[in-house]
Write a protein that binds this ligand. Sequence first.
Ligand code: 3PZ
Ligand code: ZN
Length: 336
Amino acid sequence: MSLVSGPGRGGGTEEGSPLELCVEKHVEYIKSLDTRRDEIEYWYTEHLRLNGVYWGLTPLHLMNRPDALPRDETIDFVLACQHENGGFGAAPGHDAHMLYTVSAVQILVMLDAVDELEKRNRGGKERVGAFIAALQDRETGVFKGDEWGETDTRFLYGALLALSLLGLLHLIDLDKAVAYVKQCENLDGGFGVRPGAESHSGQVLTCVGALAIAGRLDLIDKDRLGAWLSERQRENGGLNGRPEKAEDVCYSWWVAASLAMIGRLHWIDRAKLTTFILRCQDPERGGLADRPGDMVDVFHTHFGIAGLSLLGYPGLQEIDPVYCLPRQVTARVLQR
Ligand code: 3PZ
Ligand code: ZN
């Protein structure tokens, strides 16, 4: 199964054409990604496959088409990516890594199939939790992506996200993880990839998300961070990752979800951002690109539709900004 394709063709919305989400086109685009195994790009992107399934499945759920991909085949594929050590690789036979393990948990939770871990791969969710917990540095509280890799707040956020969905947060030192995130905070209100590193919207999302899961949003100066985040909006309505950089649909998610978590989403112009995201659609072939006129991919399709959901676009399921999953999914699992 692959939902990461190579380049599609650049579309771009013509000036003045009606701006509506082309739901049916996007459903067909995502479905088509899994049927292109003959194309060379399929093999170039094997290292992204499990993430790609998450990026394809989430917008389908948001667009009320959860059955557009075969549920049983998806579950089979996810379970085939699991290792003896409990973690998941990008595809069957690949090494286990935090990022794929988080995607696996998000997919299984979305499909209400966490029980299949126990039924079919033995060890159940506890074995997944043990893989993740072993990647925490017990001195500093931060996480590695795999046993050799570097540490990064992305992995810390992923660990907290997956463990909380599995009900296994007690396996780690949560206070140490929170203290590490706090050290990544900068004077501008943003967060960097590690203590002292420059603020970046992607890192802000991972740090704010981690604090939200830990129940420690009280540690954030919300007005100062909200000001830095709202300055990310550009003239055309799009959002950038840091000062002076170009806008990109995926940053719409990092910035807007962070603002939503601290209760400041109204600090950006929501109508202008909605218009920007809709202009990134390819109205003929389906899918969304990083910015208007560029080539579409499943990653920007996912984050674009997630952004529209956060902005309350009509007809979409509501998304949970902390978990980047449909609200009804996290409500079922976390009972909140
Ligand atoms: C993209 N990855 O390193 S990647 C990703 N980027 O695996 C997936 N916005 O070829 C797709 N840029 C497209 N389909 C892009 C995921 C990156 C992010 C690159 C990107 C996005 C602008 C330049 C890092 C979660 C997981 C991973 C990332 C971020 C968040 C690429 C380039 C990089 C990657 C994959 C393909 C353009 C798709
Ligand atoms: Zn992007």
